[in-house]
Design a protein around this ligand. Structure first.
Ligand SMILES: C[S@@+](CC[C@H](N)C(=O)[O-])C[C@H]1O[C@@H](n2cnc3c(N)ncnc32)[C@H](O)[C@@H]1O
Length: 453
């Protein structure tokens, strides 16, 4: 796999230099990260070196209407030249018109040229290009798994301007609690598999028609319709709960528990006390749907808005009373909060009764990919929190376990084919080591620093 991404980098470098790949093959030993950095330096210096030629191209362009020049150039010039010429176009007085013409073109052609655009003009391009053009380009780059190029653009994108926040007429997800039904539907589908990673017999009932409609509808892009990230996350968190109990966990507090049924389906000590919190309407519905079921441990449900720090503190006072090694879970919650709300949560959980915190974490690029591909269906449930510095965001906590969702999905044969490669990309980060290629995600167990050693 690693060889394959290095080979792809070698091919891009050869295309950029306009030489056969064999001529640069000897550079393969540099590895992916260095080859990527080298390609960007070469792109920049070629843009400088051919500045005069680009100036002449601009003059030529003025004598030919853009609606003729741009499609013609796309037909007769190789992508590396179009990418290079884009730098000069972005300096041009006719740039806005050129971008409009590009918008009418096949996003595939724009994506072909994108790796060869001078990295210094990408910010300007992302800022000035019509949203549909940038959206089409990003989706195409993600579809082709060209993450290294998508990464170059991702930092500068304003997802809401790209239409990611503009809702469709009747969004399937009307509020954030619908995401709980959605996850339950995926758990029901997983439970029915002969090789299920877990069995959740209540998931189908809890998901209901609405959950099924969301899971089967157009919300998730094709690569995500199996719900593999949620399924893999569930299994990773199951395992971390079992491990925490083996290491003396004496209380579980599941914040934003949604329609999770672990107190019913897992083999838990009968004397364990498990607290669930979520928004009031969802918990009332859950209480009703599970009224006839008996959990295997003590279970208390409390309506709490976790962004209300006063209410959260009062809840934690009660939920952790008498405990010494509480495990807090916030599975599938943090992306929906703002960084300020997560910081406040982070502070509220730093109390002596709480030892561990299980969470799932996604890179800024993942947030972009989710909002770009699903944003218009997500209503108020668009993603906000995705810290570039990974677990370092959580002051006062240290990551003691980190598992990549991509790697786990590949290991358990749950990832869609194109993403299997992604699990093995060199430079691919994790929440503990956010890498150069920033499409990372993971399930993390944090330990409060006061418990270190
Ligand atoms: C994706 S679901 C995850 C549910 C559950 N943890 C699971 O993995 O099945 C997100 C959950 O966060 C809850 N949630 C969102 N914002 C919340 C808030 N401010 N306070 C409490 N719960 C919240 C929603 O109601 C929903 O149940």
């Amino acid at each position: 796999m690693t060889e394959r991404v290095v080979r792809e980098e070698i091919d891009k470098l050869a295309e950029l230099l306009h030489v056969p790949a064999e001529r640069v093959q000897h550079l393969a030993h540099l590895g992916y990260d260095n080859l990527l950095a080298l390609r960007q330096r070469v792109t920049t210096s070629l843009a400088d070196k051919y500045d005069e030629e680009h100036r002449r191209l601009r003059l030529y362009r003025r004598s030919v209407p853009l609606r003729v020049a741009v499609p013609l150039a796309a037909k007769i010039l190789p992508p590396r030249l179009i990418g290079r010429a884009a730098a000069s176009a972005l300096d041009d007085s006719e740039m806005e018109r050129a971008l409009r013409v590009l918008s009418g073109m096949d996003p595939g052609l724009v994506a072909d040229a994108a790796p060869y655009i001078d990295p210094r003009v990408i910010a300007r391009f992302a800022h000035l290009a019509p949203p549909a053009l940038v959206h089409g380009l990003m989706m195409e780059l993600l579809r082709r798994n060209d993450f290294s190029t998508a990464d170059l653009f991702a930092d500068y994108l304003d997802e809401s301007a790209l239409g990611a926040g503009r809702a469709v007429n009747e969004p399937l997800i009307t509020n954030v609690s619908d995401t709980a039904r959605w996850v339950a539907a995926y758990r029901a589908i997983e439970s029915a598999r002969p090789d299920a990673l877990f069995v959740d017999p209540l998931a189908a009932r809890l998901a209901g028609e609405r959950g099924r409609a969301i899971a089967e509808g157009p919300v998730a892009p094709r690569g995500g319709r199996s719900g593999w990230p949620q399924v893999v996350r569930t299994k990773l968190i199951d395992d971390l709960i079992v491990d925490s109990l083996a290491h003396g966990c004496d209380r579980v507090v599941n914040l934003a528990a949604g329609l999770d049924t672990r107190p019913y389906r897992m083999d838990l000590p009968a004397e364990l006390l498990w607290h669930e919190a979520d928004l009031p309407a969802l918990l009332a519905e859950k209480d009703e749907l599970l009224a006839d079921e008996k959990p295997c441990c003590g279970l208390v449900r409390t309506p709490v808005d976790v962004t209300d720090t006063v209410a959260l503190t009062a809840f934690l006072d009660a939920a952790t009373e008498g405990a010494h090694r509480t495990l807090v879970i916030t599975e599938g919650l943090l992306p929906y909060l703002t960084p300020t709300q997560v910081s406040a949560l982070c502070g509220a959980l730093r109390r002596p009764e709480i030892r561990w915190w299980l969470l799932d974490l996604y890179s800024p690029m993942m947030r972009q990919a989710v909002n770009l591909s699903m944003g218009r269906h997500l209503g108020s449930a668009r993603w906000h929190f995705a810290p570039a510095d990974g677990v370092r965001f959580f002051t006062g906590w240290t990551a003691v376990d980190t598992q990549s969702l991509f790697e786990a999905a590949a290991r358990w044969n749950r990832s869609p084919k194109p993403l299997r490669l992604h699990a093995h990309l060199p430079g691919l980060g994790t929440p503990t080591k956010p890498g150069q290629l920033s499409l990372w995600s993971g399930a993390v167990r944090l330990q409060q620093d006061r418990f270190e050693g």
